[in-house]
Design a protein around this ligand. Structure first.
Ligand code: LRH
Ligand code: MN
Ligand code: MN
Length: 424
């Protein structure tokens, strides 16, 4: 499934007049904001290969139909997303959920769809068929050296897959921890994990990064061996300059101030990447911006401020990815909504009057500081994002076009109704 250019053009034509007047009004209200269009166009958010099908919950899964059955079909889905929004030009793989059997073929498919391979993910939180040792009691932390060696070897294998696809980073997320007090010795678990990570780190090519993703709890419910940003930063610091912390928005204890974490990690030069999603209770993996859009804006506010301060390139300085799951919505529509929410938060953060904010902060003018932030947050930036998409060849209203072009119906025709994506 690929959209014809004339389908996108006709859609844009039908909305052109309305868009032009909204944009003109927006630019009148926000003088100079057109300078941000290029930044918005450059910004790309990776789509994980495990987010294209219906995830379900541990209580059940309700298949959606037309789901991709293999990596090629997943890439085709991301290709359609990218055609629609021009901001989803990257894919993130999870090994062994999506092993590229013929890397060269996959690379040429990626090229034809205008996609790049972003960070590659290892998986030592599930036992795989024919695996010699079990991860039931952890992988890199395991008390048994055989298990640790197996998990290290898997990560090195994943790096090799990544090299073949042009990836430049490895994301390590560990389910390691304990479910009951007394189950493990915290210090030894940390030391074993660090020693294992060091072996993986040593196998990284010179131009690669390693992201250490933290998570407060789940699947272990008493302790997690990389539980928060402090622990992740500790590993990353001990590992060396190629190791960074990765922030997944759903991996914090309730009410954590994620924007402050972001600011300090950037200050330390140790923020490596992001997994975007939203949540109300735990690691809900809901559509980004669906529950706490103001928090998302505050995070982007720190990202823009910190990246400007560090003279980092917004588009390529960090690995941006959506990490979501879909239970009741069409996964592709949901991903379009997530990308749109991220672009909105980014655009709003670009609108913050930084000079005025700095001034207000220096004068301890709390009310004014809040006025400045909220003025940016309450700006409807959709015309600006739509314009950036239009200039890049995307659709003015991606979800609308997804529906009117009957993308899901086409995918069901191609793939059938009884489909199940691999992975989550
Ligand atoms: C863990 C996680 C991690 C995994 C993904 C499937 O909750 O966020 O990033 O790789 O989900
Ligand atoms: Mn994640
Ligand atoms: Mn998660």
């Amino acid at each position: 499934m690929k959209l014809e250019k004339n389908v996108i053009d006709a859609h844009n034509q039908s909305l052109a007049q309305k868009h032009k007047s909204k944009l003109a009004h927006f630019l009148e209200e926000n003088e100079g904001a057109d300078a941000h269009i290029q930044k918005l166009r450059d910004f790309q958010i990776a789509i994980p290969s495990w987010a294209l099908g219906t995830g379900g919950t541990r209580f059940g899964r309700f298949s959606g139909g037309g789901e991709p059955a293999n990596l090629e079909e997943k890439m085709a889905d991301i290709g359609v997303l990218h055609q629609l929004n021009q901001s989803s030009g990257a894919i993130s793989l999870h090994i062994p959920w999506d092993i590229p059997k013929d890397a060269e073929k996959i690379m040429s498919l990626a090229k034809s769809l205008n996609l790049k391979f972003d960070a590659i993910n290892s998986n030592t939180f599930q036992d795989q068929p024919n695996q010699k040792y079990s991860y039931k009691f952890g992988s890199l932390q395991n008390v048994d050296k055989n298990v640790r060696d197996q998990a290290v070897a898997h990560n090195i294998e994943v790096i090799k897959h990544g090299i073949a696809l042009g990836s430049k980073s490895l994301t390590v997320w560990l389910a390691d921890g304990s479910s009951f007090p007394g189950q493990l010795n915290f210090r030894e678990a940390f030391e074993n994990t660090l020693a294992s990570l060091k072996e993986i780190y040593a196998a990284l090519p010179a131009d690669w990064k390693m992201f250490v993703e933290y998570k407060s709890n789940e699947p272990n419910f008493y302790s997690t061996t990389v539980a928060d940003w402090g622990q992740s930063l500790l590993y990353a610091t001990k590992l060396g300059p190629k190791a960074y912390t990765l922030v997944d928005l759903g991996h914090h204890l309730p009410n954590a101030n994620i924007e402050q974490i972001v600011s300090l990690l950037l200050m330390e030069g140790k923020l490596g990447g992001f997994h975007f999603n939203d949540s109300k209770y735990g690691d809900d993996d809901l559509t980004t911006g669906a529950i706490k859009p103001y928090q998302l804006f505050l995070i982007f506010n720190e990202l823009v401020e910190g990246m400007d301060h560090a003279k980092m390139n917004h588009a390529s300085g960090l690995a941006w990815m959506i990490d979501a799951s879909h239970n009741v919505k069409d996964p592709l529509e949901d991903l379009l909504q997530s990308v749109e929410a991220i672009m909105m938060a980014y655009a709003q953060a670009l609108l913050v009057d930084r000079k005025a904010l700095k001034n207000a902060q220096q004068k301890n003018d709390v009310s004014l500081a809040q006025e400045i932030l909220q003025a940016a947050y309450r700006t409807d930036v959709r015309p600006l994002i739509a314009e950036a998409r239009l200039q890049s060849g995307g659709a003015l209203d991606p979800v609308k076009l997804f529906r009117s072009a009957k993308v899901r119906e086409e995918l069901i025709k191609e793939r059938g109704t009884e489909t199940k994506a691999t992975g989550l």
